[in-house]
Design a protein around this ligand. Structure first.
Ligand code: SF4
Ligand code: SF4
Length: 386
């Protein structure tokens, strides 16, 4: 694997079509690749990306020029990402001051959340806080005492935040149970989970995960006056009730935005569609310093199985990285151990949702809950599908 410092690519040939599809664009700015934790499953550890760069080294003027040239006319929203983005607070504050009309989101491990000044906290539309479930599993992956520290920080900032707080769960272990996931609803406005992209799907693990998914989905449909705020279930139900909504912000492509309108900007200014594939030179999509941008190279491919899949109308390709590695790079081990089991879990979720007649359930909801299902703003900030 090539290390990230060695490669500064020549500009690849322009692909046909606009660089950004649709009217909005998410600028995911990696403020630093440094992190104060060492989570065992960290996705940007792939290809030695983590810690390979320090803080942002392009100038504020270069970023302004890129925005004025490449993103003019788009509804721009910024996610601060990393590494741990709060390790570079001055950059966050500077971008917010230079672009006061943008929307902002923070993706953080939560350990330094209480150090952020009010002027930053108040501007955030959504804060995604990484957590793995309950105390045992979170501390097992992130380090002793992290779970309590994050919950303490959440309490400390709750009143200082105007936007939503969303738990971001990487569902890494099949020992994660229903209760610890459901309890996150007491601390957060929304819970988002994504199945870990690792070898965690042996037959016994699949059965355990399905049992928890069944409980989550049963719990979701048991309520008609309050929402059980699990984003992937909300999103799937929305997509089943209103299939066109699964397409509209993404022009029919994947709902994680990598094929249409998310730009992951590394601290050195290089741009990639997926934060997990920044170690692959051919995924380079643009450059802040050189001020260029092309269409995402991470697109659906005829080798991918989606169009023959029963879930396609509402799934739309889930994770393009997983499909790309399994079916385009043709990594058979990854396909069997990661991509295909996750697809099986996605289809299972669809079947479980159908058992509850989602159309009839949705029709019985009060208007405020229907609006949350159809228009939740957090759908714009996360992948919707797990
Ligand atoms: S479940 Fe898998 S194969 Fe089916 S549409 Fe989703 S990503 Fe594609
Ligand atoms: S869901 Fe999208 S952004 Fe996330 S790892 Fe997969 S391709 Fe990348």
């Amino acid at each position: 694997m090539q290390t990230i410092e060695l490669i500064r690519q020549a500009k690849p040939a322009q692909q046909s079509g606009p660089a950004i599809v649709g009217s909005r664009v998410e600028l995911q700015l990696l403020t630093t690749l440094r992190c104060n934790l060492k989570c065992t499953y960290c996705s940007i550890a792939e290809g030695d990306v983590r810690e390979s760069q320090g803080n942002v080294n392009y100038s504020p003027e270069a970023l302004d020029r890129f925005i004025a040239t490449q993103l003019d006319g788009y509804d721009v929203y910024v996610t601060f990402y990393g590494g741990e983005p709060t390790l570079n607070r001055s950059f966050i504050r500077d971008v917010m001051q230079r672009h006061p009309h943008f929307r902002y989101q923070l993706q953080t491990n939560g350990t330094l959340l209480d150090d952020l000044p009010d002027e930053v906290l108040k501007r955030l539309s959504n804060i995604l806080v990484s957590i793995d479930g309950g105390e045992t599993v979170t501390d097992g992956f992130r380090g002793r005492g992290i779970y309590r520290q994050v919950l303490k920080n959440l309490e400390a900032v709750r009143e200082r935040v105007d936007g939503t707080l969303t738990a971001r769960v990487t569902w890494s272990s099949s020992d994660i149970g229903f209760d610890e996931l459901a309890q996150l609803c007491e601390r957060f406005d929304y819970v988002y989970f994504q199945f870990v992209a690792g070898e965690a799907y042996a037959a016994a693990d699949m059965e355990k995960r399905k049992a928890v998914l069944r409980q989550l989905i049963d719990r979701f449909f048991a309520s008609r006056d309050t929402l059980f705020p699990f984003i992937p279930i909300m999103g799937m139900v929305r997509n089943k009730v209103m299939p066109k909504r699964a397409e509209e912000l993404y022009d029919g492509h994947t709902q994680c935005r990598v094929s249409t309108h998310i730009l992951n900007v590394m601290p050195d200014g290089r741009i990639y569609p997926c934060p997990d594939l920044m170690h692959l030179p051919h995924m380079l999509q643009g450059d802040i310093k050189e001020n260029w941008l092309r269409r995402s190279p991470l697109q659906r491919d005829p080798a991918m199985p989606c169009e023959d899949c029963e879930a396609f109308a509402w799934c739309r390709g889930n994770c393009m990285k997983n499909l790309y590695l399994a079916y385009v790079e043709n990594d058979k081990n990854y396909r069997e151990k990661v991509t295909d089991p996750i697809c099986e879990l996605v289809r299972f979720m669809g079947e479980e949702i159908d058992r509850h007649d989602p159309q009839a359930w949705f029709a019985s909801l009060p208007l405020a809950l229907r609006r949350q299902i159809t228009d939740c703003e957090v759908y714009e900030y996360v992948e919707i599908m797990p």
